[in-house]
Design a protein around this ligand. Structure first.
Ligand code: 13P
Ligand code: SF4
Length: 351
């Protein structure tokens, strides 16, 4: 039985058709509109808040969340909410961050399997080893990590404030974990010298004292796939009439060959504020669809074999099931949560 029965549902379907007509076939829009309608009804009944990362698929991204954004924007929203139930349409480390900030609220994620290769690249024990090897050096931890790693850290950062966080610390040396490429891009931006040890720390040379950032060899399995050759191929294909944007989780070489680099929201903003007609987005493909839905006059060239398998686990069906049955709840040990909260809140204090 269809749940698209009242006027509001008809309006919703029409709105979805208008926005998504160039992205999805009509039957899919109709199917998704029914799911969106159900999610909205239950959300209202339960007084829940839904946050959606910029990588969510277009129907979910444009029609379900109360707030959309990059990691930092969603973290700030999570820190402000009064809602008793929060559904995080993003990956697990993001939902964990929301729980870190809201210990007394129910934080749900549509799929507990939605991981992240960066978060999986480092353990709390790894951080303890780094701290032992570099005593007294502050630990700056990318938000793409789990709560126990954040708990070992001095301060968190995201791709949009990494440089500001490092400059704020004003320390001769910092440990910056776990994204090798992000740390190298930040090192380049701040003019600091970086070393990236192996995971067992065995290849560290004690004579090498001329470094200001100590990195970690973690990589994003999506962004590490982009190459300078990809950029050159696309520039050639469009006779240089293409503006190239790269997320800072891409390699420094890819970032250097691009026209702009920034967080997911910074990339969206850049496209909105620029008059160029064609863009290559070196990031998760859904984001290109989301921008194309909003600005059909701008052509998004994407390398769509590159998807984040974790973000892609978050579907409308799973979001509905999680909210309806209050399943896939994030739980954290209080001692870990409390220590992680200090690192997250320290980041939030920086503007
Ligand atoms: P942003 O903070 O830029 O949204 O990045 C999150 C992420 O996981 C990118 O892969
Ligand atoms: Fe993690 Fe990369 Fe997926 Fe972002 S795109 S969630 S960094 S695996």
């Amino acid at each position: 039985m269809s749940c698209l029965k009242d006027k509001t549902d008809e309006q919703l379907l029409q709105e979805m058709q208008e926005k998504l007509q160039n992205i999805l076939p009509p039957f899919e829009i109709k199917y998704k509109a029914e799911l969106v309608s159900k999610i909205r009804q239950i959300k209202k009944k339960k007084n829940a808040l839904i946050l959606g990362h910029n990588y969510m698929e277009p129907a979910l991204f444009h029609f379900v969340p109360d707030f959309q954004g990059d990691s930092l924007q969603l973290c700030r929203q999570a820190a402000q909410t009064q809602a008793p139930i929060l559904v995080f349409c993003g990956v697990k480390f993001m939902a964990e961050t929301a729980k870190i900030l809201n210990p007394n609220k129910k934080v749900l994620i549509p799929s507990l399997e939605a991981g992240c290769s960066l978060a999986a690249s480092i353990t709390a024990e790894d951080v303890r080893r780094l701290k032992k090897r570099f005593p007294g050096v502050p630990v700056v931890t990318y938000i793409n990590t789990y709560a126990d790693v954040k708990a070992e850290s001095d301060i968190c950062c995201t791709s949009s404030n990494a440089k500001a966080v490092i400059e704020h610390l004003n320390s001769d040396t910092v440990i910056f974990i776990p994204d090798e490429y992000l740390s190298k891009n930040v090192a380049r931006e701040t003019g600091k010298h970086i070393i990236v040890p192996t995971k067992d720390l065995s290849k560290l040379n004690d004579n090498d004292v001329d470094y200001q950032i100590i990195g970690w060899p973690g990589r994003c399995e999506v962004h590490e796939k982009f190459s300078v050759q990809d950029i050159e191929n696309v520039r050639k294909q469009f006779h240089n009439d293409v503006t190239v944007l790269a997320h800072p989780e891409c390699s420094p070489e890819v970032v250097a060959a691009s026209d702009f680099s920034g967080s997911t929201s910074a990339m969206i903003q850049f496209v909105k504020n620029t008059s160029a007609k064609r863009y290559l987005l070196l990031t998760e493909c859904s984001m290109g669809d989301n921008i194309a839905a909003e600005a059909p006059e701008k052509e998004m060239v994407r390398l769509c074999s590159v998807r984040c398998p974790h973000m892609n686990q978050i579907t409308l069906e799973q979001t509905l099931a999680s909210l309806q049955n209050e399943i896939h709840e994030i739980k954290l040990e209080e001692n870990i949560r409390k220590r992680a909260e200090q690192a997250v809140r320290k980041m939030l204090e920086i503007h």
